[in-house]
Ligand binder design. Structure first.
Ligand code: GRF
Length: 212
């Protein structure tokens, strides 16, 4: 017997280009993902992602992120929380949102926040992941989708895709290769978490490996 799942309601937080946001919408449009992006929030008024939303008719807003450069705190944090609470999403996706989110935000949406990160976590949390992989001489890198907790890029890992590092790879070439896999695993994880098949509690210690 097939089980019909309701459409997964998504809020997506972005800061820039928005290619992962685009990949989510593409999977939805293709009928591969039964979801709807009900809200996009950006901390950057110039984000290309906002332009994409205008073209696609996706509800989107820039909310001033407050005084801090790298984190979301105080009144600004509250505004983000309230805007998201209004749309009652099943899942909040950090898709290139370049700010650390704090406990109040995390606790407001417990178990419902996922992030896409361009490394094989626990390797290289934070920034410049591809540079660090090259400097370390890694022969394999990749990307991870994980639940968000209070440790930066430290929450339970849900799925990873592995990408070989080839001779001659640069930070840019590696970023481009890994990004293609980000676009594939993110909709996949949204499906798994949004349907309740994977939860923060039942998430295995070792992440699923994307079999492209
Ligand atoms: C991606 O590489 C993502 O993993 C990282 O920021 C980048 C965002 O790219 N967190 P985009 O805005 O989705 O194109």
């Amino acid at each position: 017997m097939s089980v019909l799942h309701p459409t997964i309601q998504l809020a997506v937080l972005v800061s820039g280009r928005g290619s992962n946001l685009g990949a989510i919408q593409k999977a939805i449009d293709a009928g591969d993902l039964n979801a709807r992006i009900v809200l996009v929030l950006s901390d950057n008024p110039e984000a290309e992602a906002l332009q994409f939303c205008r073209e696609k008719g996706i509800p989107a807003s820039y909310i001033h992120p407050g005084l801090f450069k790298t984190k979301l705190e105080g009144d600004a944090e509250l505004q983000y929380i309230e805007a998201i609470q209004k749309v009652h999403p099943d899942l909040i996706v950090l898709a290139g949102f370049m700010r650390v989110i704090k406990p109040r935000f995390i606790l407001s949406f417990a178990g419902k926040i996922i992030n896409i990160h361009p490394s094989l976590l626990p390797k290289y949390p934070g920034l410049h992941t591809h540079r660090r992989a090259l400097e370390a001489g890694d022969t394999v890198t990749g990307c991870t989708v994980h639940f968000v907790n209070e440790v930066i890029d430290g929450g339970r890992r849900i799925m990873q895709a592995r990408v070989p590092v080839e001779p001659g790879d640069t930070e840019q070439s590696l970023a481009a290769k890994v990004l293609k896999y980000e676009h594939r695993i993110l909709p996949e994880v949204i499906r798994l978490v949004g349907s309740g098949a994977v939860t923060e509690r039942n998430c295995p210690t070792e992440p699923l490996l994307f079999q492209g």
